[in-house]
Design a binder for this molecule. Structure first.
Ligand code: SAM
Length: 276
């Protein structure tokens, strides 16, 4: 008998992977969590039926959500990650030689626990002395922090449940206030094929608050449509300009990819061009 897991990426499209084992299925305080072993992508974490991360393609998302801002900011010493309870973004942030402290604020302790139990390559930085892992609502946390961070990464779930407010202009204004005077933020902003409304909402919200707004793309096979967007808000630095790339190895990111990621297909330019 075969067992398959399916994410319904749209009401009319399912993305299915054959599984060999189910490691965890539970209801947390905030969402339905599952960890399965897939034949194609290795271990996979799902929240509310949506793929969050897999062993085989996590490197693309985690390098790309982190490295663009970290390498266009000349001195990213203190970094805040909101969401990201799998630990992948924290791992990348703490690899960066200029980072002295990485703070992770994840609302769901059971996501962190699942990462510890089943994704050692992602959760490897939770005990790093430069890491601070906080279980709290990112919206609440950020209101109490002003002028503190060089870079903020919004590594959130889709705009449903506890993450809805993470896509609001009020939240982006709180990020602006929590950043130092030359700070920069990046938010994952979903698929240009299937979530044009989300991209426009994020672009509008960040654009209302930050003097520089920009958008870049990466290819992530297990995310809806495989093409994923990230939106940047910057107070001072141009995110397209690479200051200096650390000399350890990446699997996806490099300085050419950094620049190329901002080259947008015409239909993606149209999505953000239509925002009023
Ligand atoms: N890379 C993923 C994606 O795009 O599908 C996101 C992964 S990460 C696991 C997303 C995390 O954001 C989840 O663990 C979720 O619990 C967390 N989250 C959602 N709303 C939050 C909030 N208000 N404050 C802090 N964390 C939140």
């Amino acid at each position: 008998m075969e067992f398959w897991v399916t994410e319904y990426q749209t009401p009319n499209l399912g993305f299915s992977c054959k599984t060999s084992e189910t490691l965890r299925v539970e209801k947390t305080l905030f969402q339905d969590l599952a960890v399965v072993v897939t034949e194609q992508f290795g271990r996979m974490m799902l929240l509310d039926g949506m793929v969050m991360t897999t062993d085989k393609d996590e490197f693309v998302y985690h390098e790309m959500i982190s490295m663009v801002a970290l390498n266009s900011h000349p001195c990213p010493r203190k970094v805040l990650i909101i969401g990201g309870g799998d630990g992948g973004a924290l791992r990348e942030v703490l690899r960066h030689p200029q980072v002295e402290k990485g703070v992770l604020v994840e609302i769901d302790a059971q996501v962190i626990q699942a990462a510890r139990d089943f994704f050692p390559a992602l959760s490897c930085s939770f005990n790093d002395p430069k890491a601070e892992v906080i279980v709290d609502d990112g919206i609440k946390y950020i209101k109490d922090h002003k002028n503190e961070f060089d870079v903020i990464l919004i590594d959130s779930t889709e705009p449903v449940g506890p993450a809805i407010q993470l896509f609001s202009p009020e939240f982006y204004a709180s990020c602006f206030a929590a950043l130092k005077e030359d700070g920069m933020m990046v938010a994952q902003s979903e698929s240009p094929f299937f979530n044009q409304d989300v991209i426009q909402m994020v672009w509008r919200g960040i654009g209302q608050v930050f003097p520089i707004t920009d958008l870049y793309l990466a290819n992530i096979p297990t995310y809806p449509s495989g093409l994923w967007s990230f939106t940047v808000g910057s107070k001072k630095y141009n995110p397209r300009e690479v200051e200096k790339v650390p000399d350890y190895s990446f699997k996806y990111y490099n300085s050419a990819v950094h620049k190329a990621a901002f080259v947008l297909p015409a239909f993606v330019q149209d999505i953000i061009g239509q925002v009023k």
